[in-house]
Ligand binder design. Structure first.
Ligand code: SR1
Ligand code: MG
Length: 407
């Protein structure tokens, strides 16, 4: 096989691809096997293993349509974006992303480290595992990849070159539709609402004009605020964890957008984990998630402020009071996005297993707590200054939905 014309590979073709194109990554006497292990919404993930040495690598290939639905026709060029971003993120946040070895612009695939010694964070959290380094690592990742790619640090023309290179219209369109538009509009959408919450969602979400107005404002903020090179899909399915290590994967939604988009995604997905542990009455795990969420926000703020003091040289950004103004905008955006992500994973097309694995009244309650908190995050986003502020909102929503009323 020549692999000089693009086609989507099956397992045996990916093994042949590795032996023809990637032999330098294996010992001389390799004998390869391959398994497709992807469970995401978009791409194919081939794990190629040398049966003799047990050494393995990952080949990630983009198809012309999304796996979740062929309604989404996508340029496989997203693979180039992912490769280039992973290399940049390795520079800004060393050790916190997988190492990449190669990119093939014909076959639209990227070759990277196999992280099989880690676990997908969402799955591990659903088993009530805890990860002591997570808050430190993810706050480092966010501060370093976000602040260091913004105009307050980068020379402005260099930053504009990066903006041009990482323009990502198709994947941004998915986010604009699935996160910002459809969950708040009950017509012409692909929403998938849990039967027992259908009328509640109509009354409290679709029929709320203030919510529609604030989400419209946030949508134009997402589309027009080229603040930093954001990951763009930083949920717990995009994070691999081990007790002593954290790796962020899947940055194909990356583009220059608002910093709060990444921060809000992390917070919302911790809240999904919290709701899952709450549903299973795992109070120790719930407490760990609460502490981790508060620590993540507070560490993000402290590190953002100290990296700002070390790295910012831009003359206007050095004006006294500007750092505090900038950070307060970031926190407000983060709260807004926390609410959006909570809504879209419950109402929209792409759900999360933390919630869909629940059934009956237990799921009804988990969804209502998340959606009630989501409304406050969006409508009152200006009030969030620290981790405890975030915690208080979903604890208040929890208190409003007393367990005995719903189980
Ligand atoms: C059509 S893609 C649906 C979702 O999966 C990705 O992981 C993103 O979160 C996207 O919104
Ligand atoms: Mg993904």
């Amino acid at each position: 096989m020549k692999f000089d014309t693009y086609f989507t590979m099956n397992e045996s073709e990916a093994a042949t691809y590795a032996s023809e194109k990637l032999a330098y990554l294996f010992a001389d006497d390799f004998s390869l096997s391959c398994k497709e292990i992807g469970d995401g919404n978009l791409n194919y993930i081939f794990k190629v293993t040398d049966k003799r040495s047990n050494h393995s690598i990952i080949i990630k290939q983009s198809g012309p349509v999304a796996r979740i639905s062929d309604e989404f026709k996508l340029s496989p060029d997203r693979n180039r974006i992912e490769y280039e971003i992973l290399k940049l993120q390795q520079q800004f946040a060393p050790g916190l992303v997988p190492k990449v070895y190669a990119y093939d612009p014909i076959m639209h695939c990227t070759v990277m480290d196999d992280l099989s010694d880690h676990q997908i964070m969402r799955r591990a959290l659903m088993e009530f595992q805890t990860f002591p380094k997570f808050a430190q690592d993810i706050s480092d990742f966010m501060v370093n990849t976000l602040l260091l790619t913004s105009d307050v640090v980068l020379e402005h023309k260099q930053k504009k070159d990066l903006v041009r290179n990482f323009i990502n219209p198709q994947l941004c369109e998915i986010t604009e539709d699935l996160v910002y538009t459809e969950p708040f509009n009950d017509n012409k959408n692909r929403n998938d609402v849990f039967e027992l919450n259908r009328s509640w969602v109509s009354e409290h979400i679709y029929d709320s004009l203030p919510l529609r107005l604030e989400t419209a404002k946030l949508k134009f903020e997402f589309m027009n605020h080229a603040q930093s090179l954001i990951h763009g899909d930083l949920h717990t399915g995009s994070i691999f964890v081990r007790q002593d290590s954290t790796k962020v994967i899947d940055p194909e939604f990356a583009f220059f957008g608002p910093i709060g988009y990444d921060v809000g995604n992390v917070i919302a997905n911790l809240i999904f984990s919290w709701a899952h542990s709450d549903a299973h009455q795992q109070s120790d795990h719930k407490r760990w998630v609460e502490e981790t969420l508060v620590a993540t926000v507070d560490l993000f703020i402290t590190k953002f402020s100290s990296v700002w003091d070390q790295k910012v040289t831009e003359v206007s950004a050095l004006t006294p009071g500007f750092k505090e103004y900038y950070l307060s905008q970031v926190m407000s955006d983060s709260a807004g996005v926390t609410g959006l992500e909570l809504c879209r994973r419950i109402i929209g097309l792409a759900h999360v297993k933390d919630i869909t694995s629940l059934t009956g009244n237990i799921r009804l309650r988990a969804e209502r707590i998340c959606l009630t908190a989501a409304k406050e995050f969006i409508l009152e986003r200006g009030k969030y200054c620290c981790g405890l502020d975030f915690l208080q909102t979903f604890k208040k929503a929890e208190a409003a939905f007393a367990r005995e009323d719903y189980v």
